[in-house]
Design a protein around this ligand. Structure first.
Ligand code: NAD
Ligand code: ZN
Length: 345
């Protein structure tokens, strides 16, 4: 079968012929419906070096945002039907620690002893015709379109987790949220904020078409550049936003997020660009919570699927056949994707 393989650190992936996988005990083989190209993959093949935090040892097949139909059940798997459609919860922890027990494999207490972080992250992912995954990581899609749903596995789940944790700041009238970076994650983030809160959503990106899309989804947009923070504060009546979400994570966006946040607000950095922030007692807003979040829990992925099936999330995506998968990654590197590129093998 054909697959997009990450062969070496700081090397663009390759489209290769590889063996069709065989599901192990407790696993299923999925026929891939869709695999989203996440910006984190760019960090994996372009930025990370051996031993760097977040680095996953090559070679492996990329794709940590996957949906598909059950093709085959591995030994010991019962109660699932061949042909049914599922979304894949990508993180894989030890599955017996406290964090894994609550479905939060992202914060597995034994992560240091695990040979990989998840599907498409150190072990083979879904940028291929078939992928093997633990049966326990499947979230049922019912009759929902698995291609449209694919990006929800990360681009939906990650903002959902970040926003849910910020809800105490967004409950009540007259609240404001800021979304920086309106790509795969950010555009779903805007929709999740709209679905879960009554907050006014302020959004920004460098790309006018991404801002136009956010406006269509109900956000108020503010362009970047000189005076941006003042403009955001003006919209909030001078107070600042109750919760900011930075889906870029470079130093200037982290600073914009922090400078735009109200006292006692919450500022969540989701983008992994590694930007740092120069905190000091008198310049940071009082009692502001500056935090990061990583992906989400299995239970939250069920909730994301519920939102999607209720018609409250509309993933924006462009499909690419497998023989153009590398083009999708190149377009992602070049900043030319709107929403998500989803590879449909
Ligand atoms: P994407 O490429 O789809 O979208 C990024 C968007 O940010 C683009 O629209 C781009 O124009 C915009 N942008 C870039 N620089 C900007 C700037 N300086 N100011 C304003 N807008 C800017 O990326 P994505 O797949 O949505 O991922 C977003 C980030 O989140 C990446 O860093 C990715 O690695 C990270 N990520 C984190 C997690 C997590 O668990 N924390 C999970 C998935 C992705
Ligand atoms: Zn664990």
């Amino acid at each position: 079968m054909r697959a997009v393989v990450f062969e070496n650190y700081q090397t663009f992936p390759e489209l290769k012929d590889v063996e069709k996988p065989v599901p192990g005990p407790g696993e299923v083989l999925l026929k891939v419906a869709g695999a989203g190209a996440c910006h984190s993959d760019v960090a994996i093949f372009q930025d990370f070096t051996e031993g760097a935090p977040g680095a996953q040892k090559p070679p492996f097949i990329l794709g940590h945002e996957n949906s598909g139909w059950i093709e085959e059940l591995g030994p010991g798997v019962e109660g699932l039907n061949v042909g049914d459609a599922y979304l894949v919860y990508g993180p894989i922890g030890c599955q017996h620690c406290r964090a894994c027990s609550r479905g939060q494999d992202t914060y597995c207490e034994n992560a240091a002893t695990m040979p990989y972080m998840g599907v498409g992250l150190g072990r083979d992912g879904g940028m291929s015709e078939y992928v093997r995954v633990p049966a326990r990581n499947l979230v049922p899609l019912g009759d929902a379109d698995p291609v449209a749903a694919a990006s929800l596995a990360d681009a939906g789940l990650t903002p959902y987790h970040a926003i849910k944790l910020a809800l105490p700041h967004l409950n009540g009238g007259g609240r404001y949220a800021l979304v920086i970076g309106l790509g795969g994650l950010g555009l779903l983030g805007v929709q999740i904020l709209k679905a879960l809160t009554g907050a006014t959503v302020i959004a920004t990106d460098m790309k006018p078409e991404a801002m136009a899309e956010a406006e269509r989804l109900g956000a108020v947009t503010v362009p970047g550049g000189e005076g941006q923070v003042e403009r955001i504060r003006e919209i909030t009546g001078g107070r600042g936003v109750d919760a900011a979400f930075d889906f870029v994570g470079v130093a200037p966006t982290v600073k914009t997020a922090m400078d735009s946040t109200a006292r006692q607000g919450r500022c969540t950095i989701v983008g992994i660009a590694g930007g740092s922030y120069d905190w000091s007692f008198f310049t940071a807003p009082y009692e502001v919570e500056l935090t990061s979040t990583y992906w989400g829990t299995i239970e939250e992925l069920y909730e994301v699927v519920d939102l999607y099936r209720a018609g409250q999330l509309e993933p924006m995506y462009t499909t690419y056949p497998m023989d153009r998968a590398l083009e999708a990654y190149q377009a992602l590197v070049d900043g030319k994707i709107s929403g998500r590129a989803v590879v449909v093998p």
